[in-house]
Ligand binder design. Structure first.
Ligand code: GLN
Length: 251
């Protein structure tokens, strides 16, 4: 009888052991990966846009590579462009990445990483438009995306009353086609995509402004900023960034 009790106790002991072991996953997999939230406006091809339900584009791929380097994963949080900086300052997202131009007025609220791309503000008009140069924009209605540098330059140079801000660049292009505005000022790569997708539009030769794109983190978050800059440096050195850009922008 004693033997049986000892045996049963042994079996019970082993069972408890197994149950315990089952709960303890191997070290490594057990540590939850940090989810890095990227605030963006996914209506800005080829930097960020949607293919079906999936977020794709240069910024999305670079951010994914950065998150992986930091040992985490990426979550894209889609919002209006003019909400991104606020969202970063309120820590609703870890960083903002949206073909975002480095500007001193933005640097009052966020810190920017080193630049990973160049943007050029350019002017889209109808192919049969009388607007042939930037000078011809005086007195015309200009469509832009709200909160963007295009909106700021156009308002400064041609008067706010002549500038209409849309939530998306694509909406400004629809307004141009419909005759609600005479020109659209927007970054060059999205401009190329819009002109390709919409017959009867053309981009003026003149470069309106040349800008640096960078990633925005909350002001003073040097820990994350340093990590992002290190990741960017490594991804530049090993050719990853060039490869991502080449995938979306055909030379
Ligand atoms: N580069 C422009 C800016 O930072 C536009 C960016 C965008 O529309 N996503 O304002």
């Amino acid at each position: 009888m004693k033997k049986i009790i000892v045996l049963l106790l042994c079996v019970a002991f082993i069972l408890v052991c197994f149950a315990g072991c089952g709960n303890a996953e191997p070290a490594g997999d057990n540590t939850e990966k940090k989810v890095y939230k990227m605030g963006t406006n996914a209506a800005f091809p080829p930097y960020e846009y949607k293919e079906g339900e999936k977020f794709v584009g240069i910024d999305v791929e670079i951010a994914t590579a950065i998150a992986e380097k930091l040992g985490g994963t990426l979550e894209v949080v889609d919002m209006n462009f003019d909400s991104i900086i606020t969202s970063v300052t309120q820590n609703e997202v870890d960083f903002g990445m949206a073909g975002m131009t480095v500007r001193p007025d933005r640097e009052e609220y966020v810190d920017f990483s080193s630049s990973y791309a160049t943007g050029v503000q350019c002017v889209i008009v109808k192919a049969d438009s009388s607007i042939a140069s930037i000078e011809d924009l005086a007195g015309k209605k200009i469509g832009t995306q709200l909160g963007t540098t295009g909106f700021m330059y156009a308002s400064d140079d041609y008067g706010e009353e002549n500038v209409i801000g849309y939530d998306k660049g694509a909406d400004a292009v629809i307004a141009l086609k419909g005759g609600d505005v005479d020109a659209v000022i927007i970054d060059n790569e999205p401009a190329k995509v819009y002109v390709e997708e919409n017959a009867g539009l053309t981009i003026l030769e003149t470069k309106y402004a040349i800008e640096d794109y960078a990633i925005a983190v909350n002001k003073g978050n040097t820990e994350l900023l340093d990590k992002i800059n290190k990741a960017l440096e490594e991804l530049t050195a090993d050719g990853t960034i060039d490869a991502i850009i080449a995938k979306y922008i055909k030379a």
